[in-house]
Write a protein that binds this ligand. Structure first.
Ligand code: GAL
Length: 419
């Protein structure tokens, strides 16, 4: 009869200790990220709230600029001056680049205790490790090859949602005739490349994509399929507006939200913007795979690399941050706001919308069929120097009327050698 009471008091003691211990070891965690748009900020706030609930102080180190180019520049100067944050949004091959500098912390302790090896696809955990030790923790899986559309605008124009690039240009013409900007675009080089890689995947297919943009095979980069890809990509520009240059991606999304523009080619962080604006998927906006890419998946995995820091309480906070990111509650709430899907395996998807459910299904199917490809625009595939060089060529081609596809191809082959 006494057992339940004993159990309750033991639990109460445990709880009291938990609170006291958390208080005693409360630290500060400084986190560098570039999540400053409406949907992104909501997602980042979920992380802040989680850390504060554990008694830690959150020091926000947000550097505005989609795609993170500015954030990476600021991070470099902070690390060089010996003042690294506890955690920074670093992804893909860049994790290895930073680890090689000897500045990242080994977080195997948390990873082992929390069984990350069992909770992550191996392809993901491999990227988070340096020489077999975890140095980073993944947050989500974004799908990049999406097209977002405003169904009202399509209805007004009598246009049909495109499944191929031919249909895309037919729809774009119809939207233009109806006085609607067909394609909302932001002329920043990561956005140009986000469009470019969806065109490459849609026109050339997954094998071409891998050969050209991941393996950087010179013959494929200078071949006829790449010429067609570049020509198709440039045609998209005719359907963007004159003010696109320099525009932030979320402002381009806002054009689709308001019906000023018909569609946007963008990863599913765009969904975070629609949702933050109170829009309902399937009703106020729709998601379809970028033309010709329904059978493929361009992935972009956000992650936080952990830097070596000294203060014990702050190290504790850093470890708690790593554990919190992988916890199921956080994976759910964060990704509901961010537009992405959980990276942790075995998560329930019942609270997620149809775009996310399709993304989760396709991620698994495409991994099996070999049509899961890394995003170059979002730092998943090639070293950062190479990425920067090929992005520059693509944006130069987009912005220079007299540059031929052949010229661009020769420049791509040269840029692919940048290390
Ligand atoms: C990506 C990042 C996403 C999203 C986007 C726009 O590189 O992975 O999380 O924030 O940039 O800022």
């Amino acid at each position: 009869m006494n057992t339940p009471n004993i159990r309750i008091s033991a639990r109460a003691i445990g709880l009291a200790c938990l609170l006291a211990c958390a208080g005693a070891q409360a630290g500060e965690v400084e986190v560098l990220h570039w999540w400053t748009s409406g949907g992104e900020a909501k997602a980042a706030n979920a992380l802040k709230a989680t850390m504060q609930a554990k008694g830690h102080t959150w020091k926000d180190f947000a550097v505005a600029g989609g795609g993170g180019d500015s954030a990476m520049t600021v991070l470099k100067s902070r690390v060089v001056s010996g003042n690294a944050p506890a955690a920074a949004q670093i992804k893909g091959p860049s994790i290895q680049e930073w680890a090689r500098e000897g500045v990242l912390a080994n977080i195997d302790g948390v990873a082992k205790a929390e069984k990350w090896d069992e909770l992550l696809p191996k392809a993901v955990s491999d990227v988070m490790k340096y020489k077999g030790n975890y140095v980073a923790v993944p947050v989500n899986v974004h799908r990049v090859n999406w097209l977002w559309a405003n169904p009202e605008a399509f209805k007004k124009a009598g246009a049909k949602l495109p499944a191929s690039w031919d249909e895309f240009f037919t729809a774009a013409e119809a939207l233009k005739k109806a006085g609607i900007i067909p394609v909302a675009h932001g002329g920043q080089n990561w956005q140009d490349f986000t469009t470019f890689e969806s065109v490459a995947l849609g026109v050339g297919g997954a094998d071409f994509y891998k050969k050209a943009l991941v393996q950087l095979d010179p013959a494929t980069l200078s071949g006829p399929t790449m010429e067609k890809v570049l020509a198709t990509f440039k045609r998209v520009k005719d359907y963007t507006d004159k003010n696109a240059n320099g525009r932030d991606w979320n402002l381009a999304t806002a054009m689709v939200i308001k019906g000023e523009a018909g569609m946007q080619l963008m990863g599913d962080w765009a969904k975070g913007e629609f949702v933050a604006a109170g829009k309902v998927p399937g009703k106020d906006f729709v998601c379809v795979a970028a033309p010709g890419t329904a059978q493929a998946f361009t992935f972009n995995i956000d992650s936080f690399a952990m830097f070596k820091i000294k203060n014990d309480a702050n190290v504790k906070a850093q470890n708690d941050l790593a554990a919190a990111i992988m916890a199921p509650e956080f994976q759910e709430v964060f990704n509901l706001n961010k537009g992405s899907i959980p990276v942790r395996l075995g998560m329930k998807m019942d609270k997620f919308d149809d775009c996310a459910k399709l993304s989760a299904k396709d991620f698994v199917d495409d991994a099996k069929s070999g049509t899961l490809v890394p995003s170059i625009a979002h730092g998943m595939a090639v070293p950062s120097a190479t990425e920067g060089a090929i992005k520059d060529v693509v944006s130069q081609f987009w912005n220079t009327d007299k540059m031929s596809a052949k010229d661009a191809q020769a420049k791509l082959v040269a840029a692919a050698k940048a290390k």
